[in-house]
Design a protein around this ligand. Structure first.
Ligand SMILES: Cc1cc2nc3c(=O)[nH]c(=O)nc-3n(C[C@H](O)[C@H](O)[C@H](O)COP(=O)(O)OP(=O)(O)OC[C@H]3O[C@@H](n4cnc5c(N)ncnc54)[C@H](O)[C@@H]3O)c2cc1C
Length: 398
């Protein structure tokens, strides 16, 4: 096993948006991070619709030009079509984008490396703490290696490396843990002029919905989310299940999808909704999906990853400037800020599924400005507004 005796300044496990954005933020604070990424990029990943705050966080990293170069379509808003037309609504998105994740994630990782992050292609397989340092064993295709550092970021997404290594308490099943998503890319989707640049969400019964995200002039990402049981009962292949459901889902969806032609293989993912309560200790921080993922319906996943990357790099800077005995309050602050923001989205989603009409009404009329802000992702270090307070009160009473 190759062992480097000099500790790394920061080890980041995972080179998706959380890992790459953490590296870029840390470089700005004067750290030299090393990113360990198991896969060769570009690699496929689902999650193409970005929020305004997500794009702002990317711009704060100076990535505006790189985003433009991806020639990704602009996202103007989110349009929700309910089975009951009175529950349908629209929320503008400000300045946001839809991105194909393979080139987007590749651009992010490349940029982190160009700016000075070290990069190892390999899989972290073990983590232990010894004499004030985290020891991480890595399996590359050639050999095993051991890296050490005071500071580690777990950015391993749904693979949850440190949680599976037993470093945190139990895994909490999320509210949408029994859902399954099926998705593929399609041509010949008939967008209407009015919603050409929107993320479209179609929902019918509780917890059954479809997304349409235009990726370029020809190709649209289409996904179906339903309870796992529905798929099991159907006895269909994933492809037939997705295509049959899309065709019969609802009239506004059928209008757009009747001539659709699939251009890649259908993929599926389940068990994606979870959280862990504690996700920092002793200079080790989880960022992005590695500690919590609620649900994809309103597209906040990449935002959580890249905004948490800002907070974690500030937290590490503070840790590096004080004694270890003071770290726990820095960990607490990081968890408090990031949990509070995720809770806003969790509560908004609970209300949306329980009271679709009330939600549409608040989004369009009663609390339109507040909803615009929440959908844009302005959910950090803020007092709850009247709309959110109302939603929470109603949820508490039930
Ligand atoms: C069905 C669905 C639809 C979604 N749609 C959207 C959307 O429209 N908009 C949106 O913003 N979000 C969406 N999301 C969420 C979004 O995809 C994620 O939140 C986002 O990718 C999280 O980024 P991350 O960097 O935390 O994790 P990831 O992007 O998953 O990156 C983790 C990286 O870590 C690497 N890794 C894992 N384990 C190891 C290891 N042991 N050693 C080394 N490397 C490792 C992996 O190879 C991977 O590259 C969706 C999610 C789902 C399930």
């Amino acid at each position: 096993m190759h062992s480097n005796n000099t500790p790394e300044e920061v080890i980041i496990i995972g080179g998706g948006p959380a890992g790459s954005a953490s590296a870029m933020n840390l470089l700005r604070h004067g750290f030299q991070p090393v990113i360990i990424e198991a896969e060769h990029f570009p690699r496929f990943h689902i999650g193409e619709s970005l929020t305004t705050e997500c794009v702002d966080a990317l711009n704060r990293l100076g990535l505006d030009g790189k985003l433009q170069a991806l020639a990704a379509p602009q996202k103007k808003g989110v349009r929700i079509f309910s089975h009951h037309p009175e529950n349908s609504f629209y929320v503008g998105a400000g300045d946001a984008w839809q991105v194909e994740r393979a080139p987007f994630d590749n651009m992010m990782l490349d940029e982190a490396i160009q700016r000075g992050a070290k990069h190892i292609t390999g899989q972290a397989v073990n983590i232990e703490r010894n004499k004030g340092l985290w020891h991480i064993s890595i399996q590359t295709n050639k050999a095993k290696a051991l890296l050490k550092s005071r500071f580690v970021i777990d950015a391993t997404g749904q693979q949850r490396f440190t949680q599976k290594q037993g470093l945190w308490g139990q895994l909490n099943a999320g509210d949408y843990a029994h859902q399954m998503a099926f998705f593929g890319q399609f041509e010949n989707i008939k967008h209407q002029d009015i919603d050409m640049h929107d993320t479209l969400i179609f929902h019918r019964k509780k917890h059954e919905w479809v997304w349409m995200i235009p990726l370029n002039e020809k190709v649209t990402s289409v996904g179906l989310v339903v309870p796992v049981e529905d798929f099991k009962k159907s006895k269909l292949s994933m492809t037939d299940f997705l295509e049959d459901n899309i065709r019969s889902f609802s009239q506004p969806l059928e209008q757009r999808a009747h001539n659709m032609k699939r251009v890649n293989d259908v993929r599926a993912i389940s068990n994606y909704s979870f959280s862990i309560d504690e996700y920092c200790r002793d200079g080790l921080f989880c960022v992005g999906d590695s500690h919590r993922f609620i649900d994809p319906i309103f597209s906040f996943g990449v935002q959580f990853s890249v905004v948490e990357a800002e907070y974690v790099s500030k937290a590490m800077l503070e840790c590096s400037q004080c004694d270890e005995s003071e770290w726990s309050s820095i960990h607490e602050t990081y968890m408090q800020i990031t949990t509070q923001a995720q809770d806003v989205i969790q509560d908004m989603l609970s209300y949306f599924w329980k009271h679709p009409w009330g939600f549409a009404n608040m989004a369009h009329q009663k609390y339109a400005n507040e909803f615009l802000e929440i959908f844009a992702g302005r959910i950090y270090e803020k007092e709850a507004g009247k709309g959110l307070t109302h939603m929470r009160r109603v949820l508490d009473e039930q």
